[in-house]
Write a protein that binds this ligand. Structure first.
Ligand code: SDX
Length: 439
């Protein structure tokens, strides 16, 4: 089979043949298609990158039609069931599961960075008590950049790994401190002998009325939730990480940009929006009226739909399963019954079936987080903590990819042609007139 495509430009009757690799053509090949020799040449127009591959990657594979998700070739269900978050984080960053020695080194490398400067605590004290935790997380990660100038040497592998260890080590601390600040509680330092998810819960709940939530079953549930959220190929926040990282901005600033993208309700902010939606629906009796409103375009069924998955998001299935182990400790969060009824009704309604809208990762996660004592405005922070591993793996792959350079899309200009400035715009005259009119 000849791996090429041939197109005919009907404007000129000319034919062009392009090589096909991985079922794609290079967009730059389109520039050969011209009407006149000195034309710029053809571009592809793809708002929101619906059909554009921005990179080649070995990290995560998704088959949206079959509902498949794999990190470095391992199925997400196997990883969630048999591994810990730090082991899977190592896999996503390094490409292989760690040997016991590598795991010990990895844990030690992250642990020595599980601390933050007193200046950062003072920086965080500047936020109002009701500041949104994602605003605190985004700005504090960016602020960390000012403490580690060596991170700017992004081409050095040693510095890349140093920044990766620092960010993975510090993001749960910043997340927990943001919560403690909002509650007027003192900061709790991480313990050297606790696991990653366990330490986060320790920093959140120790010496607080929710101390009882420091429970091994809940820590393992959080560990699994962290695994499920690590990476998801070229999603909106990863695209932000790669775009900002492509300018050689340091990984702290790039991670802050990615976290900012995640905060949007169409992306990682959806888990918080789902709880708000369930609270507004209130009871099963109100579901038909809500679904009617969605079908009339008045609102969205948050936690449903996905750009890639046109089948059940495999993560949603596993999160629903994890809920039962959490509820055995915390008691059943009744909102899961409302959510499951909402899912049942939606999945039997042609509006959702015809658009292939299924529950995504955000549909059930918030219900578990709430049962574990977390408030809705913390949910996206819980998404950002593990996703920082995915962002950093994607960033490192970008920096080390010889094909990549600074991201700079083109545009289709549809504005005015050149036009003369109105005579009234003579420098100085307008200022006089304006000054007069303001008195
Ligand atoms: C995440 O990309 C990733 O991988 C993201 C993520 C990750 O791990 O990084 O998986 C995490 O962000 C999950 C998505 C969380 N967001 C939500 O749950 C918000 C609600 N979902 C929608 O906003 C929407 O489904 C998106 C944003 C997720 C996907 O949007 P698309 O692919 O641009 O699809 P679309 O908006 O063009 O929708 C296609 C049709 C439209 O109807 P028509 O115009 O054809 O009549 O489906 C409808 C939409 O109106 N639709 C919905 C809907 N989602 C899509 N209708 C009601 N409720 C919804 N949730």
């Amino acid at each position: 089979m000849d791996n090429t495509v041939t197109v005919t430009d009907n404007r000129t009757e000319k034919q062009y043949t392009f090589p096909v690799t991985h079922d794609t053509i290079r967009a730059m090949d389109l520039r050969k298609i011209k009407v006149n020799p000195d034309d710029f040449g053809m571009m592809s127009y793809d708002p929101a990158f619906m059909n554009t591959a921005s990179c080649q990657s070995k990290i995560t594979f998704i088959d949206g039609d079959k509902g498949i998700l794999r990190y470095r070739g391992y199925d997400i269900a196997d990883l969630a069931e048999h591994c810990t978050f730090p082991q899977v984080a190592y896999l996503v960053i390094h490409g292989e599961l760690p040997t016991p020695e590598q795991e010990a080194e990895w844990l030690a490398a992250i642990r020595i960075h599980m601390g933050i400067f007193e200046n950062i605590k003072k920086f965080m004290e500047g936020f109002r008590y009701d500041a949104h935790p994602m605003g605190m997380l985004v700005s504090t990660i960016a602020a960390l950049s000012t403490f580690y100038p060596d991170a700017k040497n992004v081409r050095s592998h040693e510095n890349q790994m140093h920044s990766i260890h620092r960010i993975i080590g510090k993001i749960p601390i910043i997340a927990a401190y943001g919560y403690r600040h909002s509650k007027g509680l003192d900061y709790i330092a991480p313990e050297q002998n606790l696991g990653y998810a366990e330490n986060f819960m320790h920093m959140m709940w120790d010496r607080s009325p929710l101390q009882h939530l420091k429970h091994p079953v809940l820590a393992r549930a959080l560990d699994v939730l962290f695994i499920l959220h690590i990476d998801h190929e070229q999603n909106c926040s990863t695209n932000a990480m790669r775009a900002v990282g492509s300018s050689e901005a340091d990984p702290f600033l790039s991670t802050a940009a990615a976290a900012a993208a995640l905060a949007g309700p169409l992306h990682g902010g959806a888990n918080e929006a789902v709880l708000k939606m369930l609270d507004e629906i209130g009871s099963k009796e109100n579901i038909p009226a809500f679904i009617k409103g969605v079908k009339e375009g008045k609102e969205k069924l948050m936690g449903f739909g996905h750009r890639v998955y046109k089948n059940y998001d495999p993560r949603a299935r596993m999160i629903k399963k994890t809920a039962e182990s959490v509820f055995e400790i915390t008691g059943r969060n009744k909102k899961i019954d409302l959510a499951m009824e909402l899912e049942r009704i939606a999945l039997s309604d042609d509006y959702f079936i015809s658009r292939k809208l299924y529950p995504n990762v955000d549909f059930y996660s918030g219900i578990i987080y709430e049962a574990m004592g977390l408030e809705p405005k913390m949910f996206t922070v819980l998404f950002a903590i593990p996703r920082a591993v995915g962002w950093l793996a994607q960033w490192q792959e970008l920096i080390n990819d010889p094909e990549q350079k600074i991201a700079r899309p083109r545009q289709v200009y549809i504005g005015y042609d050149q036009r003369p400035l109105p005579d009234s715009y003579t420098y100085g005259a307008r200022t006089e007139e304006a000054l007069v009119s303001t008195h």
